[in-house]
Design a protein. Sequence first.
Length: 64
Amino acid sequence: MFKQHLNESGKTYSEHFIFAFTAGWLLIYAGITSIIHSLIPSLFPFTSQKIVQRLLNKVKKDSL
């Protein structure tokens, strides 16, 4: 089961770790900036959207 996901993603363990760890931290950052933005709309405009879009583009690019 462990290897199945790595095979499906086409990544080694270290490649998968780096991507997932980085994505996790970026998503936490996106969440925090989104909460701050909800309170003070002039701060972090479109930051969360840009982070999520970049991650989606990377996933799409890696799956080609």
